[in-house]
Design a protein around this ligand. Structure first.
Ligand SMILES: Nc1ncnc2c1ncn2[C@@H]1O[C@H](COP(=O)(O)OP(=O)(O)OP(=O)(O)O)[C@@H](O)[C@H]1O
Ligand SMILES: [Mg+2]
Length: 348
């Protein structure tokens, strides 16, 4: 196998390393299917997810968050780059180059929690079959063992084990989300991608399920990729955050530091929309709201893609595309003026 050299390519405490990943979608027109444009859904993204952490991914609609999750779980093939994954066995693999058979066994270790708990659960299946299906598919246990395991999984997500014979319609949105979590946990994954997992739920129910996810993380040693457009949510659950705009990472860093003092004007603008308990606590500094619309993905602005909406942009921003770079604080940012701008966060 070609696995050995990869072992040293990954830091010991890193679970996933996304490196120079691109995903382009060609857009065709007419009956000849002429390629008229390309959407760069993910354009040269690199970041690491450490073992046991929650990495948040935020950004407006269309910024490429879901595409990243799909690339990591190999629901999409990528255009360029590599995605390294440390298996439970310690073996490091590049999941973008694995064949179907190897990928099948790795899928057990990576799971997804879906956005819409209503449409993602088959209404004609009992919880026993819904939660037990992955076990059945992977031939893990006799029917009696599977039933016991499902009851155990339901207990784990705070549902009564005797619910195994019920159908999903008997449950609320928050409970259905828990059923989805139980199903995701069935095969003992090490990594879970939650794509807008709680966005459809009421605030208090969402908060309960986030607390559940955090308890499970601690108990089972899980690593999360937590995707949301709600920065308030990310502040609560994520250890580190990546901020995406038009397929690019604009800023990556520890959540607390980023919320207190963002380094990218796009982050500052997103944070301006986060409700604050005491706005006067922010040293009475003016928050800068996000102006204008996200650009057309088929027609990304030259230079810094955020420059048409950026209150600080100048000629250099229109012409030169900034790279994602590490600044003195050890944080990463893609802005020419990260060192000189004094941006406003949420707790100030
Ligand atoms: N299968 C596809 N074919 C063509 N374009 C696609 C496809 N999937 C995604 N895109 C485009 O890629 C870009 C990124 O989409 P993606 O769904 O990853 O964004 P997102 O950040 O998850 O957005 P949202 O917050 O709305 O879920 C968008 O411009 C989208 O239209
Ligand atoms: Mg999405």
């Amino acid at each position: 196998m070609m696995i050995a050299p990869l072992q040293d390519a990954l830091d010991k405490d890193t679970l996933i390393s996304v490196r120079g990943v691109k995903k382009f979608f060609p857009i065709y027109e007419g009956w000849k299917r002429r390629e008229v444009a390309t959407i760069k859904a993910v354009d040269d993204i690199s970041f690491d997810i450490r073992k046991g952490e929650t990495f948040g991914l935020v950004g407006e609609s269309g910024s490429g968050k879901s595409s990243i999750a799909r690339l990591i779980l190999r629901a999409y093939d990528l255009t360029a780059g590599e995605i390294l994954f440390r298996r439970e066995s310690g073996e490091v693999v590049d999941i973008t180059r694995l064949g179907d058979r190897d990928m099948r066994s790795i899928r057990r270790e990576m799971q997804m929690i879906f956005q819409d708990p209503y449409s993602s659960l088959n209404p004609r299946m009992r919880l026993l079959d819904l939660v037990g299906e992955p076990l059945l598919i992977h031939g893990m246990g006799t029917p009696a063992e599977i039933k016991d395991r499902v009851a155990e999984l339901l207990g784990l997500v705070g549902l009564r084990p005797e619910y195994v014979m019920r159908y999903p319609h008997a449950f609320s949105g928050g409970q259905r989300q828990r059923i989805g979590i139980a199903r995701a946990l069935a095969l003992n994954p090490s990594f879970i991608a939650a794509d807008e997992a709680v966005s459809a739920l009421d605030v208090s129910v969402a908060a309960q399920n986030i607390n559940l996810m955090q308890d499970l993380q601690e108990k089972l040693g899980l690593t999360y990729l937590f995707i949301t457009h709600d920065l308030g949510m990310v502040e609560h659950i994520s250890d580190r955050v990546g901020v995406m705009y038009l397929g690019r990472l604009m800023e990556v860093g520890p959540t607390d530091a980023m919320f207190e003092k963002p380094l990218h004007p796009y982050t500052e603008a997103l944070l301006a929309a986060v409700p604050q308990p005491d706005p006067r606590g922010n040293r009475a500094r003016k928050r800068v709201p996000l102006k204008g619309e996200i650009a057309d993905a088929m027609n990304v602005p030259s230079g810094c893609p955020f420059h048409p909406r950026c209150p600080y942009a100048d000629e250099a921003c229109r012409k030169e595309t900034p790279e994602l770079r590490t600044v003195a604080s050890g944080r990463q940012v893609r802005c020419h003026y990260a060192e000189t701008l004094d941006l406003v966060g949420v707790s100030g």
